[in-house]
Design a protein around this ligand. Structure first.
Ligand SMILES: Nc1nc2c(c(=O)[nH]1)N[C@H]1C(S)=C(S)[C@@H](COP(=O)(O)OP(=O)(O)OC[C@H]3O[C@@H](n4cnc5c(=O)[nH]c(N)nc54)[C@H](O)[C@@H]3O)O[C@H]1N2
Ligand SMILES: Nc1nc2c(c(=O)[nH]1)N[C@H]1C(S)=C(S)[C@@H](COP(=O)(O)OP(=O)(O)OC[C@H]3O[C@@H](n4cnc5c(=O)[nH]c(N)nc54)[C@H](O)[C@@H]3O)O[C@H]1N2
Ligand code: SF4
Ligand SMILES: [Mo]
Length: 743
């Protein structure tokens, strides 16, 4: 007897509503859910792999402990918790709370309680040292929103937009930013077919760029030049929304002067964007009635990501791309309290220089959180305040942080490294304890995390009031000892005699934190459902109501509109932040001469079938690429004397990796496009690493040479590299050029 149940895919942050076929206590198949009002039957290959993920032979079904012989052995999780508690008490006593750090990685995001409970535990021990991938991802967003100020009512939505600008993101593959998360490829295509004029700025002719009316295939890292050029063109042609700017912004004259050097001719020479295309993009964007311009990870990882984000907010403000009084509010919130925003600015706020001070590179807490790229140094640098213990939830520093060698040295130096991970990841392999978690079908789920994203950054999350809840579908495999991520922190607090208070969802997202913390009963463990109720307390729609719609529901309310500006409000959006305009002046002074010695730029990208470091152990997801292909223009390969499938060496100022060349005519010449978080074996020599787990681009990226002075994000895209044929003794066993095609 089998039954088909609606549920939420938590393989990625798109959280598609899907169907699971349950038979004999196991999920035997999954499919898209046509009855889901938002996702309408969409599912991708990663979602289809969920049954394999749950039943994976390498899945950790027991917690593990590192023994004196250097190997890991199973340990009951309760004993692991008690031993970790004892170690932590000792470290806290000797070195104080700052010696214990927390890293809440990407897979903590899939489980609404993991982050808040981890945070509650950090509050209880009094440590400020909590880190997230946000500062090695798109930190420019939060920074720019602080510097420019926000618009209370939010941006004009994608639905109904007649123009849309995507700068260095690729939603059809990433399902993350640039278009709504439900089947972005289809959503973008439909919008274009309806007449939306899409503008894409990307050195690669991406899936998004192929749909674009205008594709600016710029040199990597030249986004500030391109966006400043667009602003200049719009101001010169008087295409901006003068009434909106006059009423709601300040600094127009100063901004105008600052963008003056970025004439169409200059942009053409500098960024290699034809002037006619630049002007066309400016006109299409400014003349559109509704739309928005936003950036993804590419430009945020390239130099001056905050400046790119800041200039994009200025561009949006100049074109009045914000919701006005009386307009319907597209998403008034579902599992969060009802929003009643007004058509007015939220004034700029400090973006850095507050909260915890790091001991390295003058970094502080920021609007995007504490700089994750500095955590390895906080561990390595001896002295007062040194980090001695790290708890890592659903993240994989060794694979994902920039500067892999430094990261692994730091992990090795830790007195206590705990990873909550479903497999022996690169980081888990170095951990003293690995806690084995339940996977998604084995616990309830909720779309609340995705909902909070819209307050974190414009253009993320849902733009309709959608929510879905799923109950637990199956028990964990018989004989296993796996726990929900939140439970580890709860049980650790019990063991250490610490009281916990749960904050509202995602306390690190200031705007998402809406209620006073609730003290938890530390004698009787709460249920997951009880905790989800706590997270959603005060929500516009009661959780029970959401539960009554198992296929998910859009909780529309046409009566909720944007309020008029408060007559007492004097807040204005800032077009001329002095730090940002000083950076723009530095850009205008010309490109960095030191980069001239490098013939190529390495740029970031996503592959469809893997998610950061995760997915490579699932056979159906690596049918195409088991390794990390180095996509290169065919003419560049010809000049290098390299054929697709042959090995190249990619050398930055900092290090070198080997890569498997793959011809890709969608790239600009002089660009290598590779994804990240491959290459699990930091101690292996390059050739071994290549064969075992692919190339780790983080090895090419120093954290302390070129970095944003505030968020600490190093130059992770547009990285200057030289490329050569590799004639060393590598036998590319199992490496097939062109993925499946050319076996
Ligand atoms: N060079 C370079 N570096 C980059 C990037 C880049 O583009 N270029 N991208 C950056 C970005 S945007 C990010 S967000 C970071 C990502 O950085 P991280 O979040 O640190 O890395 P992930 O690989 O996402 O880590 C996910 C871990 O969770 C584990 N996992 C999988 N499923 C589950 C589960 O259900 N429960 C639990 N508890 N664990 C699970 C996986 O095995 C894996 O070890 O990397 C950054 N690093
Ligand atoms: N399948 C899959 N989906 C994922 C992930 C994954 O690993 N796999 N990772 C998830 C995570 S953690 C995140 S943060 C999101 C990221 O989501 P996105 O930001 O959409 O990530 P990408 O698809 O890599 O798109 C980045 C684009 O930037 C371009 N680019 C690189 N450098 C530059 C530059 O200097 N300037 C410009 N203009 N463009 C540049 C690249 O060519 C690429 O097309 O994706 C999420 N979704
Ligand atoms: S896009 Fe794919 S992996 Fe992501 S939630 Fe949807 S089905 Fe799952
Ligand atoms: Mo990310």
């Amino acid at each position: 007897m089998s039954e088909v149940l609606p549920t939420i895919c938590r393989f990625c942050a798109a959280h598609c509503g899907i169907l699971a076929e349950v038979e004999g206590g196991r999920v035997t198949g999954v499919a898209g859910d046509r009855a889901n009002p938002l996702y309408r039957g969409y599912i991708c290959p990663k979602g289809r792999a969920l049954p394999e993920q749950h039943a994976h032979p390498q899945r950790l079904l027991h917690s593990m402990k590192l023994g004196p012989d250097g190997t890991h052995a199973a340990i009951p999780h309760a004993r692991a918790v008690a031993e970790i508690g004892a170690r932590l008490r000792e470290l806290l006593e000797r070195h104080g709370p700052r010696s214990v750090a927390l890293y809440v990685g990407t897979y903590a995001f899939m489980y609404p309680l993991a982050g808040p409970m981890a945070s509650a535990w950090m509050n209880a021990i009094g440590s400020p040292m909590r880190f997230m991938p946000a500062t090695i991802d798109k930190p420019g967003k939060a920074m720019a929103m602080a510097l420019h100020g926000r618009w209370q009512a939010g941006p004009q939505p994608f639905a109904g937009a007649d123009t849309w600008m995507i700068v260095g993101s690729n939603p059809p593959i990433s399902k993350s930013i640039g278009a709504p998360p439900h089947n972005p490829a289809g959503t973008l295509r439909d919008a274009v077919n309806r007449g939306m004029q899409l503008i894409v700025v990307d050195p690669r002719r991406t899936e998004s760029a192929r749909l674009a009316a205008v594709h600016l295939q710029c040199r990597p890292g030249e986004d500030p030049t391109v966006i400043a050029g667009l602003i200049r063109a719009i101001l010169h042609e008087g295409l901006h929304d003068q009434a909106f700017v006059h009423e709601n912004a300040q600094g127009l004259e100063t901004l105008h002067r600052a963008v003056e050097p970025f004439s169409p001719g200059y942009v053409e020479r500098r960024a290699d964007v034809p002037r006619s295309l630049l002007l066309q993009a400016a006109r299409v964007f400014a003349n559109g009635r509704r739309g928005f311009a936003l950036a993804g990870t590419g430009p945020n990882m390239a130099p001056r990501g905050t400046l790119t984000e800041y200039l994009l907010l200025c561009l949006n403000t100049l074109c009045g791309r914000w919701l006005r009084a009386g307009e319907r509010l597209p998403n008034p919130g579902v599992l969060t309290p009802a929003m009643r925003p007004r058509a007015q600015a939220v004034p700029p706020a400090p973006a850095w220089g507050f909260g915890e001070r790091l001991r390295v590179r003058g970094l502080t807490n920021t609007a995007a959180g504490l700089p994750t790229a500095a955590l390895a140094d906080e561990i390595l640098l001896d002295g007062q305040g040194q980090v001695k213990a790290l708890i890592c939830v659903g993240g994989n520093p060794v694979a994902a942080w920039p500067d892999q060698a430094r990261t692994s040295a730091a992990m090795r130096k830790l007195e206590l490294l705990v990873a909550i991970d479903t497999e022996m990841s690169a980081t888990a392999m170095m951990a003293h304890y690995i806690i084995a978690p339940r996977l998604s079908f084995e616990q309830p789920g909720l779309t609340l995390p995705i909902e909070t994203l819209s307050t974190y950054a414009y253009g993320m999350g849902y733009e309709v009031p959608y929510a879905q809840y799923t109950p637990q579908l199956v028990d964990p495999p018989a004989g296993s000892d796996v726990i929900e991520d939140w439970k580890f922190f709860y049980e650790l607090a019990q063991d250490m005699g610490l009281p916990l208070s749960l904050e509202s969802a995602f306390p690190w997202i200031t705007a998402g934190s809406h209620a006073t913390p609730v003290a938890l009963d530390m004698a009787r463990a709460p249920t997951t459902d009880g905790l989800l109720e706590m997270l959603a307390r005060g929500s516009r729609i009661a959780l029970a109501e959401v539960k009554a719609h198992p296929h998910g529901h859009i909780f529309d309310d046409a009566t909720i509109t944007v309020g008029a500006r408060d007559p007492a409000s004097t807040a204005r959006l800032e077009l001329a932040d002095p730090v940002m305009l000083a950076e723009l002046e530095a850009v205008a002074a010309g490109p960095d001469d030191e980069d001239a010695g490098f013939a190529f730029r390495l740029i970031s990208r996503r592959l469809p079938d893997v998610y950061n470091s995760y997915g490579r152990s699932i056979p159906r997801l690596v049918r195409k690429y088991r390794y990390n292909p180095a996509f290169t223009h065919p003419d560049d390969l010809r000049e290098l004397g390299v054929a697709s499938g042959e090995i190249i060496e990619i050398r930055s100022r900092h290090g070198a990796i080997l890569g498997v060349a793959e011809a890709d005519a969608s790239l600009r010449r002089g660009v290598i496009s590779m994804t990240h978080a491959f290459g699990d074996h930091p101690d292996a020599c390059d050739a071994q690493q290549l064969e075992r787990s692919g190339s780790n681009t983080g090895r090419l990226i120093p954290v302390d040479r070129e970095f944003d002075p505030y968020t600490g994000i190093p130059r992770m895209s547009a990285v200057p590299v030289n490329v050569s044929r590799h004639d060393g003794a590598v036998s590319p066993v199992g490496i097939r050029p062109g993925g499946q095609k050319a076996v």
